[in-house]
Design a binder for this molecule. Structure first.
Ligand code: FES
Length: 271
């Protein structure tokens, strides 16, 4: 038992990023960065592969299912029936329509405050965890290119809302089975779940919460903003959960559509 008033001298080695810096943490603090690196790397590899495939992203025969990586399909190279807008950009046949739109969801994720924290820690070790020394000798913040681009987050948030509306429309269209009428298939549930998770991810965004309640001196004078702020605040507390759930599920959605479109599996009709 330590006597009152006594203390254990703690000496932390070196300065920021110094070679002799050590952490006093005894727990497995490295698990979280390793998991983050693994999931994000797997997602980037899979989504890049999927974006360049330029096939098996749409199921049009007695179903109406499109991969979120390819929606909205805005290229003239889109598969027949995949595009539901009158606006098409002329592209050569080999051009993958996913490449026209991926910058928006990608930019939204890349500039997300939560992901920034995660990948700065996991990939740059800046720092890798709380109370673990930084791997870099200096820190310039997000004041120079390319990191100054992180300030575009709120604009990617606006673009993300547009995509959410379009993917919700895709989910509603998935209730339609051409030639068979309306019904619910596994694919319908997959697209509905995907759209729901993307809405939760967007509505829990820090920029969204600021948009609802930021720069308000008195909520009494802004009752509607107060209502929105009260709605998004509990979601905001779970932003990390929605970030991971929506990331993993959007990839699983593409996998599912791809398997159905290629004929590897059948989209089972529930009712
Ligand atoms: S803070 Fe993560 S999406 Fe905005």
């Amino acid at each position: 038992m330590t006597a009152v008033g006594s203390s254990t001298k703690v000496v932390l080695g070196g300065t920021r990023g110094g070679p002799d810096v050590a952490t006093l943490r005894q727990d497995r603090w490295w698990v979280q960065p390793v998991v983050t690196v693994s999931i994000l790397t797997a997602f980037v590899i899979y989504s890049t592969w999927a974006a360049f495939q330029n096939k098996n992203y749409y199921v049009g025969f007695d179903r109406d299912l499109i991969s979120p990586f390819y929606s909205p399909c805005l290229a003239t190279s889109c598969e027949a029936g995949a595009s539901n807008s009158g606006f098409l950009i002329h592209t050569p046949g080999w051009f993958s329509p996913a490449l026209l739109i991926l910058i928006f969801p990608l930019g939204f994720r890349l500039t997300c405050y939560y992901y920034r924290r995660s990948y700065y820690r996991a990939f740059w070790w800046s720092p890798p965890a709380c109370a673990v020394s930084d791997a870099h000798a200096s820190y310039s913040g997000e004041t120079k290119f390319p990191l100054i681009m992180q300030n575009l987050h709120r604009y990617f948030f606006y673009a993300g809302l547009v995509f959410n509306v379009l993917l919700t429309y895709d989910a509603i269209r998935a209730f339609r089975q051409p030639g068979l009428g309306f019904g619910v298939t596994v694919g319908t549930l997959v697209l509905v779940t995907n759209a729901t998770l993307l809405w939760l991810y967007s509505l829990s965004c820090h920029a969204c919460r600021h948009l609802c309640g930021g720069q308000v001196r008195s909520f009494a004078q802004h009752p509607w903003r107060h209502k929105f702020w009260k709605f998004v605040t509990p979601l905001n507390a779970k932003h990390m959960n929605f970030a991971w759930a929506s990331l993993v599920f959007v990839a699983l959605t593409d996998v599912y559509i791809r398997l159905v479109a290629s004929g590897a599996i059948t989209d089972y009709k529930l009712f």
